[in-house]
Design a protein. Structure first.
Length: 640
C-alpha cells in the first residue's frame, strides 16, 4: 500500500504520525491535567445566551457582540443555518433561533440584508409554526408563542412516587431535567420579555396561525391526549387537600431543581436545563438579581470557549470525556502510566470520580457512587461511557497501586450494576426504557425521554470488561451483553450507535466489544459486520457517514471520508483481523496522508445528542481516534 507520491506504507510512516499526534496532545494539555477541547453544538446555545442576558437586563456588550459574530459566521448563502454541512437547504429551527438571537442583541435589524435572507428562508419553509418543540418552548417562554391548550400538565405529577405506574422517574434523566422546569413554566403559563424585545409576528405565514386553535397542533393528537389522561389519572390518586397538594408540588418542583445544582450554579451542568430553570425560578417570584440566578448565569458564561477565533457557549464542557479518552490513547501509543502527561491526566480523573448519590439511585438502589460524569463540574450524574473510559485510562495506575484499589473497585462495581435486565447497557439509568413515552409529541422521544440499551454503550462496556477485568462476575455480565448485541445487529451487519454518527460508530463499538469478550472472528455476526465495513469503504481508503443516518435510521454515506469515521472503521477491522488486510492498509494510509489536510470534514459532527435537533463536533476526535487506530495497527501487526 502506498502513500502519496508512490511511497509505500511502512513502520516509519506509522510511527512518525503517532509521534506527531502524541506531541500535539501533550501541547494541548491544561495546567490541571485535563483537556478542554470544545464541545461544539452549533449556534443554538449562543443565540439562547444572548436572549437570556437581554431578558435578565445583564449588560455584557463584549460577550453579546462576540456571540453575534459567531452566529453570523455560520450563516449560509441562502440565509439559513445548518445542523451539519450536507443538510439540504438549511434547518428551520436553528435559523429561527439565530434570527431571534441576532434581533434580541440589538446589534442587528430586520432590514439588514442577511436578516432579510434569513426571514425569507424561514417563511419559505413553513414559518415559525413548523419549528421543533424545544424551539417552540423557548419562544413561548420568551413571549413569542402561545402556551399549548392542554397545558398545564398537572404540577402534582411530581409528587407521584417512583413505585407508581407513571411518575417523573419514568423519564430519562436528560428528559427529566429539561422538562421539570418546563412543567412549572407551563403550569403558570409564564412568559417574559425585555422592554426592547423584538417581535416575531412576521414569521407567521397567516393571521390564523396566531390564534390558539392553530398553534401546537402536535398537542391535539390522540397519543398526547392519552398521555395527558394518564397523568391526570395518576394525580387523582393522591390523597390530601388540593391547596396543600398544590403548594407541596410547587415546593417539590423548585426543590428538585435546586437540589441538583452543580458547584457552578448550573442544573446538571447542562445549558438548556439551566436556561429554563432560570425562567422557572423567576416565575415563582425570584428576582433577576437573586444570587441563585446570578450564579447560574455565571456558570453558563463559564462554559464559553473559543472555536476558530469565535466565542461559543458550550452546551456543557467535555473535560472528563476528553481527558479519559486522551489518557488512554496516549498509553496505547506507548506512554507509560508514570509519564508526567499521563500522571497529570489521571490525577485529574481521580479527582472527578463521584461520591454523591443522584437520580440514578431510583432505578439502581443497591449501587454506591463510583462512576464518572461527562463534564468538568459534574458531581452527581455519572454515565456508563465516562466511567468505563476513565477506568481504561486509570487501569495501569489503579490496578498496581494499593492506595487506589478502592477507586478501581467502586468504578467497576458501579459499571456492572448499571446493566439493564435485557443484557445491554444504558447511558445514565438502568431499566429506564418505557416504550409508551415514544408516543409523546416530542421529536426524538425514544432517546430524549428514555434511556435504552444501545450498541455503543454495550460494546464499549464489553471491551472494558474483557480487556481490563478478570473477575468472575463480569463473565456472566458479558454473556448477557453479548447476547443482547447479537440480537441488536442490523440486517446489513452494522449496529446503530446512539451517541455517535452513527452506524460506523455502533459497529466499531460492537465489534471491539465482541472481540474483547472472546468471540471468534469467524462468528457469523462478526463476519457480516466486517463485510459491511468493507462494502462502505470509500475509494480513497477512508470512511464517511452523514448525520442523515441518524434521521433516516439507516446508513447514509457522506460521500467523502473523515478522519474520525475512518479511524473507527479501521480500528474495528484491526480488532477482528489476524493480519493486515487491504482495507486496513488503505484506511491507515488515509489516516496518515490526510491527517493535516484542512477540509470541512474536520468540523463535521461525529456525535449526536438528538436526531434532527442537535449534533456535536468534538474537536478532540481528529487526534484521539486516529492515534488509537494507528497505535493498535502498530502494536498488533508491527511487533512493537
Amino acid at each position: 500500500m502506498c502513500l502519496g507520491g508512490g511511497t509505500p506504507l511502512n513502520h516509519q510512516h506509522v510511527q512518525l504520525e503517532i509521534n506527531r499526534l502524541v506531541y500535539h496532545l501533550k501541547q494541548d494539555q491544561t495546567a490541571d491535567g485535563s483537556w478542554n477541547y470544545p464541545f461544539d453544538t452549533g449556534i443554538t446555545t449562543d443565540a439562547y445566551m444572548i436572549i437570556l442576558l437581554k431578558i435578565l437586563d445583564i449588560e455584557d456588550a463584549p460577550l453579546i457582540e462576540a456571540l453575534v459574530k459567531r452566529i453570523e459566521s455560520r450563516q449560509t448563502e441562502n440565509g439559513s443555518w445548518k445542523l451539519f454541512h450536507d443538510e439540504k437547504e438549511g434547518n428551520l429551527s436553528v435559523t429561527i433561533e439565530a434570527y431571534y438571537g441576532l434581533l434580541y442583541s440589538g446589534l442587528r435589524k430586520k432590514q439588514d440584508p442577511h436578516m432579510r435572507k434569513a426571514k425569507q428562508f424561514i417563511l419559505s419553509n413553513g414559518g415559525i409554526k413548523q419549528t421543533n418543540t424545544l424551539t417552540k418552548m423557548m419562544l413561548t417562554v420568551t413571549g413569542q408563542y402561545k402556551w399549548p391548550p392542554l397545558f398545564p400538565i398537572p404540577l402534582e405529577v411530581i409528587l407521584l412516587p417512583p413505585t407508581f405506574f407513571i411518575n417523573i422517574y419514568d423519564l430519562s434523566v436528560y428528559g427529566r431535567v429539561n422538562l421539570i422546569p418546563l412543567l412549572l413554566l407551563g403550569h403558570k403559563k409564564y412568559q417574559i420579555k425585555s422592554s426592547n424585545a423584538p417581535s416575531l409576528k412576521d414569521l407567521y405565514q397567516t393571521r390564523e396561525e396566531l390564534t390558539e386553535e392553530y398553534v401546537w397542533e402536535e398537542y391535539r393528537t390522540d397519543e398526547y391526549r392519552s398521555f395527558f389522561s394518564k397523568l391526570q389519572t395518576g394525580v387523582k390518586t393522591l390523597i390530601g387537600y388540593p391547596d396543600y397538594l398544590h403548594s407541596l408540588a410547587l415546593e417539590s418542583t423548585k426543590r428538585y431543581m435546586l437540589d441538583r445544582l452543580e458547584p457552578d450554579g448550573t442544573l446538571y451542568n447542562y445549558f438548556v436545563s439551566t436556561f429554563f430553570m432560570i425562567f422557572a425560578l423567576l416565575s415563582t417570584g425570584y428576582s433577576k438579581k437573586d444570587p441563585v440566578i446570578l450564579k447560574a448565569v455565571a456558570g453558563l458564561k463559564g462554559m464559553a470557549c473559543s472555536v476558530d477565533g469565535y466565542t461559543h457557549i458550550q452546551f456543557t464542557t467535555a473535560h472528563v470525556w476528553n481527558t479519559s479518552l486522551i489518557s488512554y490513547a496516549l498509553q496505547e501509543a506507548g506512554l507509560p502510566s508514570k509519564d508526567q502527561t499521563v500522571k497529570a491526566a489521571n490525577q485529574y480523573l481521580l479527582s472527578r470520580q463521584h461520591y454523591m448519590y443522584g437520580d440514578w439511585l431510583v432505578h439502581n438502589p443497591n449501587a454506591v457512587p463510583g462512576g464518572w460524569g461527562f463534564s468538568d463540574l459534574n458531581t452527581m450524574n455519572p454515565d456508563v461511557d465516562d466511567t468505563t473510559a476513565s477506568l481504561r485510562a486509570l487501569a495501569g495506575q489503579l490496578q498496581t497501586n494499593p492506595d487506589n484499589q478502592n477507586s478501581w473497585q467502586r468504578g467497576v462495581a458501579f459499571t456492572i450494576s448499571m446493566q439493564n435486565d435485557d443484557g445491554g447497557f444504558p447511558a445514565f439509568e438502568r431499566n429506564n426504557d418505557h416504550k409508551w413515552l415514544h408516543l409523546t409529541p416530542f421529536e426524538g422521544a425514544k432517546y430524549f425521554l428514555t434511556d435504552p440499551s444501545t450498541a455503543d454503550l454495550t460494546g464499549r462496556t464489553l471491551e472494558f470488561l474483557g480487556n481490563y477485568t478478570n473477575l468472575k462476575k463480569p463473565e456472566k455480565v458479558s454473556k448477557k451483553a453479548v447476547d443482547w448485541l447479537l440480537k441488536d445487529q442490523e440486517r446489513d451487519g452494522s449496529w446503530y450507535g446512539r451517541w455517535g454518527i452513527c452506524y460506523l460508530y455502533g459497529t466499531w463499538s460492537a465489534l471491539t466489544g465482541l472481540k474483547a469478550a472472546g468471540q471468534s472472528s469467524e462468528h457469523p455476526a462478526i463476519q457480516k459486520a466486517l463485510a459491511w465495513l468493507k462494502k462502505v469503504q470509500n475509494k480513497d481508503g477512508g470512511w464517511g457517514e452523514s448525520c442523515y443516518s441518524d434521521i433516516k435510521q439507516h446508513y447514509m454515506p457522506l460521500g467523502i471520508s473523515t478522519l474520525t469515521h475512518t479511524a473507527w472503521a479501521v480500528d474495528a477491522l484491526i480488532s477482528a483481523s489476524e493480519k493486515p488486510t487491504p482495507e486496513i492498509e488503505k484506511g491507515i494510509t488515509y489516516l496518515i496522508r490526510d491527517a493535516q489536510k484542512e477540509s470541512w470534514t474536520n468540523d463535521y459532527p461525529a456525535g449526536q445528542a438528538l436526531a434532527n435537533l442537535s449534533y456535536i463536533h468534538y474537536h478532540s476526535y481528529r487526534y484521539i481516534y486516529p492515534l488509537l487506530a494507528l497505535s493498535h495497527y502498530r502494536n498488533k501487526f508491527m511487533n512493537v
